[in-house]
Ligand binder design. Sequence first.
Ligand code: 8YV
Length: 319
Amino acid sequence: MKPNVVIVHELYPELLKTLEQQYNVVHFTRLNSDADRADFNAAMAEADAFLGSNVKFDEALIERSPRLKVIASVSVGVDAYPREALKARGIVLTNTPEVLTDATADTGFVLLMMAARRAGEMERKVRSGNWSTSLMSQDFGVDVTGKTLGIVGMGRIGQAVAKRGHFGFDMPVIFQNRSSKPEVEAALDARQVDLDTLFETADFIVVTAALSDETRGMIGRAQLERTREKTILINISRGPVVREQELIECLQEGVLYYAGLDVYEREPLDPSSPLIGLDNVVLLPHIGSSTVETRGAMCDLAADNLNRVLAGTSPLTPA
Ligand code: 8YV
């Protein structure tokens, strides 16, 4: 009997074919409708393994999946899964670190550069036919080179952002992290500081800390009020690390100069969100890891993890 595998992700065709040869696969590219959800729930009742992302796994779903042995998440973040309930059932959780580090750090720099040069606003000026004279100072952005880069959460992605700043743009790097990182301080000539100091000192702040009970809501008005006149805040981790309502108010009041966001408290972002009407924010639709190469590598790694657990060996990247 082939194991039953439920997939909720787009896969490149060869990988899907390989998995279909090995397993009884029920495949959804995503769960688009109530009918998809019902089909998904029915499939999970028989599933030995799940591969995918962007599915909220609550405890009830785990209970309704009695055969489940492995969740191979196509993501580095695993905040969508109830760890304790998985542990209690002995379900293995795996993720896809490293293969997405560069693409996600690049997204951080896309936002940083766009915000610094107000590129979204300037592009809208061209497209709307409002580029009538050479630009005056009211449309100018700020320099990046040589400015202080502050990283919140110095894991793999934080370090990759810091590297880009240090080696590419001569940026002095400061960072906040829950444990000390002397090796990073040495490699990037960086300085570890507390969160308040980081907000008081950095010109660009890039949030890369994973979402956990500790980091949920860790950045709000209290931190944003400490920023300098032209500080730019970038979030490429998870929306709920930043208190979105307080961020919106600080952007509206000019307490924070500018922001660049790839992630939100709720995704997709509600079209009625006040963020959409603000000029001093760049908004991306969670493109963090979404390049052809990186998504392919993430799916390969997730499939390797799944294969290994179903074959009774250890996964490559347990979460
Ligand atoms: C994935 C993510 O990139 O890797 C992560 O933690 O943020 C996710 O967006 C995406 O879910 C892959 O489909």
